[in-house]
Each structure stands twice: as C-alpha cells, then as structure tokens.
Design a protein. Structure first.
Length: 319
C-alpha cells in the first residue's frame, strides 16, 4: 500500500514539475473548467486511444509518435487516472501528506512506468522536431508532453478554451548569426474549429516559411463535435515571424471512427502576399478497408482548402 502511495506522490510531482509557473490565462475565472470536466476530457482521449489500439492491433506501431501518445494514454489510463485525479482535485501533494515512514523518499528511476507520469502518458518529453528558417527568423516545432499536461491542468483561454495541445515551439530572431539565441515559446494553442466543441492538436509538426514574416506549421488534430468526431490535419499560420500562430484551420478532416489522418508533410510556394501563398499538404489516411496517401492544397495562405484527393491508395488495410 505504501509503495502505491509513494508512486502516486512521485507521479503527481512529476506533473507539477512540468507545469512550472501558472500561465497568465489561468488567473481568469471565466476560463476555469471543473476538475470533473478536465478529467472527462482526458478520459475521452484515452478512450480514443483504446479505439485506435483495437482498430489497428499490432500494426498500430507504424503510426506516428503523436498517435502513439494517444494510444499509450488509453493503454495506461488505469494507472494515469488516479494521478490526474490527485492533481486536479487536491493540487500538488507535499511530503507531509505521506505516512511518517515514507517522508524520506529514496531516489527512483525516472523512467519507471509505475512512478513516472510522463512514461505513463507517452514515454516522451520533446521529439519530432521540424525547422523553418528565413533570414534572421527561424522556428522549431516539436512534440511536447509538458504542453499537453499544462493545457489539461490549466485550460487555455478562448478561442481555444478547453483544447489540449501536444505541440510546443521555439523561435530565434537572430538565426543568421553564428550562434543564434532561441526562446521557448511554450504551448502552441489550437483554436476551436467551426462546428467543434473542442479542437486538440497531437504533434508531429511540419514547419515551413514563405517570407520573413510568414510561417506555417501543420499538426495532427482531433475535433470533438456533437456527433461523429473528426481526425484532422491542423494548419497554423503566423504573420509576425513565428511569434504567434493566431490563424488555425483544418487542412483536412475525416470521421475519426473510420479514419485516422497521420504523418503529414508540407511544402509551400510564396505568393505576392500572405493571401496568395500556396501550401501543399500530403498525409496518410489509415481508413477502415484501405490506406491512402491524400493531398490537399490552399492557394490563399491556408484560409481555405481543396477537397482531399487520393494520390496513392492500397486496398490492403495492413498498410
């Protein structure tokens, strides 16, 4: 029993260490969701991960790391849920909460799946990097499990209230010098898409740029809607040199019950202005009954997108 208590305390403490200082948006009572609502959000995604595991079986290993994050959340939910409940309902425990004999905690292996919340979630911290560079400006997008935990514990403000993000990014404004300086920009916040209740992003970013001011980043996405949920490819656009990404659109979307959109890739062609930029996106649609490589494009700087076209397809669902 005491071993279980120790594991719970250390797991929750790992979450708190990742979260760091409370974000500014968490100070607004208008953006606060109840612990029950936040735990339900996590459980919804855990159930989605279980569905993906059941759907693909052992072949799930070919999916991207963003997909693996969701699947692992589902596979390890029984261990993860008590840790999240402890944090969401009671806050970070202190050593005085432990039985007296447990106050002196021996060093533990940080990768122990029974004691490390990160391993319980996904087994990753930051990964899947992508770089875009133009003159003095550059960005790096990456998967960041700390971003996911932060958006779960302290929900984002509108227009992304309650959305979850596995994405982070860093930025340099002197990328053209010998030793550029980089700033961790924190969480890449998804904006709720039209018709959706929540829009989450799950990493595997690809970054591109068309000029010094304009940067694009695509990511795996998931729209929760009143009805069939959607697996999506999200597109983020910045017009201030990668400092913010206020424009977010769905480049592609398909019923999440029968499709999983994965492994996006992107290229861009500069236009006369942002509104004339062309963005080409390809991705894999792992669909029930067959897998295809699909293509979409935007000719107006990611404002609108073409209908997906399968450019390569196989009837064998075994990929």
């Amino acid at each position: 029993m005491r071993k279980n208590v120790k594991a719970l305390i250390i797991g929750v403490s790992c979450i708190a260490g990742l979260l760091g200082a409370m974000p500014v948006w968490a100070q607004s009572s208008a953006n606060v969701q109840s612990p029950q609502e936040r735990l339900a959000r996590a459980e919804q995604l855990a159930n989605y991960g279980k569905d993906l595991q059941n759907r693909f079986g052992e072949k799930a290993r070919v999916l991207s790391s963003g997909a693996q994050f969701i699947i692992n959340l589902g596979n390890r939910w029984d261990k993860t849920k008590p840790m999240l409940e402890k944090l969401l309902y009671e806050g970070t425990p202190s050593q005085r909460d432990l039985p007296e004999s447990e106050n002196s905690l021996a060093p533990v292996n940080g990768s122990n799946p029974n004691m490390d919340i990160i391993t319980n979630f996904a087994g990753i911290t930051q990964s899947e990097t992508s770089v875009a560079w133009f003159g003095s400006k550059a960005i790096v997008g990456f998967n960041d499990s700390g971003s996911f935990l932060s958006t779960l514990v302290t929900p984002l403000p509108p227009p992304g209230a309650g959305n979850l993000s596995l994405n982070g990014w860093s930025r340099s404004t002197n990328a053209n010098v010998g030793t550029p300086a980089w700033t961790d920009m924190g969480i890449l916040p998804p904006i709720t898409q039209p018709g959706a209740t929540f829009t989450d992003c799950f990493g595997d970013p690809v970054c591109r740029t068309t000029r010094l001011t304009d940067f694009y980043m695509c990511s795996l996405g998931y729209d929760s809607v009143p009805g069939p949920n959607f697996s999506t490819i999200l597109m983020f656009r910045s017009t201030d040199g990668g400092a913010t990404f206020p424009v977010v659109t769905n480049a592609a979307a398909a019923n999440a019950g029968t499709n999983f959109l994965d492994k996006p890739w992107m290229d861009v062609k500069p236009g006369a202005s942002t509104a004339a930029d062309t963005i080409h996106v390809v991705y894999t649609n792992f669909a029930v009954g067959g897998t295809s490589i699909d293509y979409v494009r935007s000719t107006n700087g990611a404002a609108t997108w073409s209908v997906p076209v399968a450019i390569a397809a196989v009837a064998d669902p075994s990929f």
